[in-house]
Design a protein. Sequence first.
Length: 291
Amino acid sequence: MSFDEVEISRVRDYWNSRPCNVRHSTAPIGTKEYFDEVEARKYFVEYHIPGFAQFERWGGKKVLEIGCGIGTDTVNFARAGAKVTTVDLSEKSMELARTRAAVFGLEDGIRFCTGNAEELTSFVPVEPYDLIYSFGVIHHTPHPDAILEQLRRQFVHIVVDAGSRFSEPCLAALEAADQVIVLSTPEAGAAHATQETQRVLRDLLAVPAERVRFVQNQPRPYGKLCANELAFQVGSDRVLEVPFGGEEVSKAGLTGFPLVMSRTGNPTTKAIMRLARDLEESGRELLALSR
């Protein structure tokens, strides 16, 4: 039996029998000491989470969390002043997350929603959020593409960083996308990687060419690989150019490692978001013309 044939009730039963990180402390479950020890161990083992999540950045913002477990990240968003809506399939996990919020006096800043995220809009109202956050969760559901389709109703843009491999959630997001933006570095050797990405999109995912845009990071200070040359390499006239974003953008593109842009004023970030808005606007214009 493949995982996509597993009933969601079996996934729920598994996490009810052992909520994630529930054994990170030997203190009495539900006490402040217990939750403090769980958090300390979690962020010792997964030390990258605080830097990735940037909890303090979301103070005063609306956050939707998919898969809260026993609420470690949840309470840290709430501590930072975020208005959190959190979802989990497991009733036992959600019970502990609620207890945790009460222990730290944070329950007023958190809306708890128990249910299957594959059917998110059936129990969580559709509304805009500043951040949709999910860490190590979506691949545990039999149909990750269903969750991503639900999230598209809550959020305008889903950004997928495939890194050095295409995971199942990444593939599901790419298949479901209205527009795919492929960012290429100005290094001449990067054209091959862009061509390989094009092959995956075309031959393996069957993403229509008209849904794919190629974006060339501005060439300086590297060797010249202009947008016209990239267009020739990938055989597409759908190539645009964005300003040079600095060392972080270039290194991420050359190594294939994920890149989190924490500075929203970065010229590359601004250019890509402007491009996304332009694509969205052109889509609305095409829709109006087709009516």
